[in-house]
Design a protein around this ligand. Structure first.
Ligand code: NAG
Ligand code: NAG
Length: 399
């Protein structure tokens, strides 16, 4: 039974991003029932399975992605539930109504949609805003307002268990709010697929997701755990998003006023209750947040950060540079950009980043042009301190 469940997880996690990938029939080695903690001051090696086996091919990487997903769920995020038993969607004006059934529980949720003005027969692109958007969304692009607080509340640590995700799955479900949001966004996409572009105006192959700060942590999780997202744009997500738990702890030890794992679980319900036992020993996690870009890969990813100490500019720069190294080894370096311009207030979008953002939106949502090669940060980092334990990167082409 465990074996069967695992295969389903692997198939979902490896939903193809290209026709070549679609033809691959990936089978992975049997997964352990649970993963064990480790002791590693550096970022865990993305190119080695927990079993010690190396990642040498595209199929291996798909299996390693499925493993990274399970590890993150086990240690920090809680379990991502499978698709619900039933989703029924209806559209009325600019409102999509979803009736979602899990076991004997049913919830009705409504989602506000601004249709793209440029939709052809297959519909146009749209950006899902997690709790709102603070990037310039091109005029004419569709917008989907995801009310993430209603899905899983984020008031304080006791918010865990509140929201329609928990009404469906039970108040004691292990998921933290950020992973719950990824599941809820999946239901919105189910509804869009069911209704089709004639009713929604939206092409579900051209969906982006964004959000800033706490909702940027959420946008990153949505992109990592919902493979139908074509472009992920987390903005100023900091610790719990683009930052590494280990490096944020290291910066904290140097006296920086920075959000850390031990602070974050006291502030809010973003992570699973499972995470609490690891917050003072992040070196023991067999994962860190460079796994997020690894899970988004090879899909589009444009990470925007800021130089505010609390967000951890050194931490985000190292973790996302590690992410770009992963994209590079997969032959798709241009599919990920990292931009930390700094010198502006939290969640205000710097105009210096406009052209780079536009190149990602055009490439992945509009379907035109090439991405700019974006790796912008003035943070003073020593990359090797964090990745010296990595195996040599394999040469894989997911392009
Ligand atoms: C982590 O360490 C801090 C400071 O030593 C302590 O106050 C806190 O209770 C610890 N948290 C957990 C979950 O052990
Ligand atoms: C960068 O960091 C290194 C060591 O951490 C330090 O020696 C150096 O002075 C720093 N450079 C700047 C410009 O801050």
């Amino acid at each position: 039974m465990a074996r069967i469940t695992y295969l389903i997880v692997a198939l979902v996690a490896t939903r193809p991003a290209s026709a070549a990938a679609a033809r691959r029939d990936t089978t992975c080695d049997a997964a352990p029932a649970t993963y064990t903690s480790i002791s590693d001051p550096g970022l865990p090696d993305p190119w080695k399975f927990a079993s010690g086996k190396s990642v040498a091919s595209a199929d291996d990487f798909a299996c390693r992605q499925a493993e990274m997903s399970r590890i993150m769920q086990q240690f920090e995020l809680g379990d991502l539930p499978p698709a619900p038993d039933l989703v029924t969607a209806t559209m009325s004006g600019t409102s999509m109504s979803l009736s979602i059934k899990v076991g004997s529980n049913t919830k009705t949720v409504s989602v506000s949609i601004t249709k793209p003005s440029t939709a052809g027969a297959s519909g146009g692109p749209a950006i899902i805003a997690v709790g709102g958007a603070s990037i310039p969304i091109p005029s004419g692009m569709g917008r989907i307002a995801f009310g993430n607080d209603a899905c899983a509340a984020q008031q304080n640590p006791s918010s865990h268990g509140t929201g329609w995700f928990f009404d469906l799955h039970g108040k004691t479900h292990s998921a933290g709010a950020t992973l719950a949001w990824a599941w809820c966004v999946g239901r919105i996409i189910d509804g869009l697929e069911q209704l089709g572009p004639a009713k929604t105006g939206i092409d579900t192959k051209k969906l982006g997701v964004t959000g800033c700060s706490r909702n940027g942590k959420g946008a990153f999780m949505v992109g990592a755990f919902e493979k139908r997202i074509a472009l992920t744009i987390p903005q100023e997500s900091g610790s719990g998003g683009a930052a590494s738990w280990r490096i944020s702890d290291s910066e904290f030890a140097k006296g920086k006023s920075i959000q850390t794992a031990h602070q974050i679980v006291r502030e809010n319900a973003w992570f699973s209750p499972r995470f609490t036992e690891f917050v003072n020993k992040t070196n023991t996690l067999p994962e860190d947040h460079h796994f997020l870009p690894a899970l988004v890969a090879p899909r589009g990813l444009f990470v925007i950060e800021n130089d505010i100490d609390w967000l951890g500019p050194v931490s985000t720069t190292v973790a996302m540079k590690a992410g770009r190294m992963i994209y590079d080894a997969l032959g798709v370096k241009g599919n990920m950009g990292f931009s930390l311009v700094g010198g502006h207030s939290h969640c205000s979008f710097p105009s210096a980043t406009s052209a780079d953002l536009t190149s990602f939106i055009n490439r992945f949502l509009v379907g035109t042009g090439q991405t700019n090669d974006v790796e912008v940060s003035k943070a003073n980092i020593t990359m090797d301190d964090w990745i010296k334990g990595w195996s040599a990167a394999p040469k894989i082409s997911l392009a």
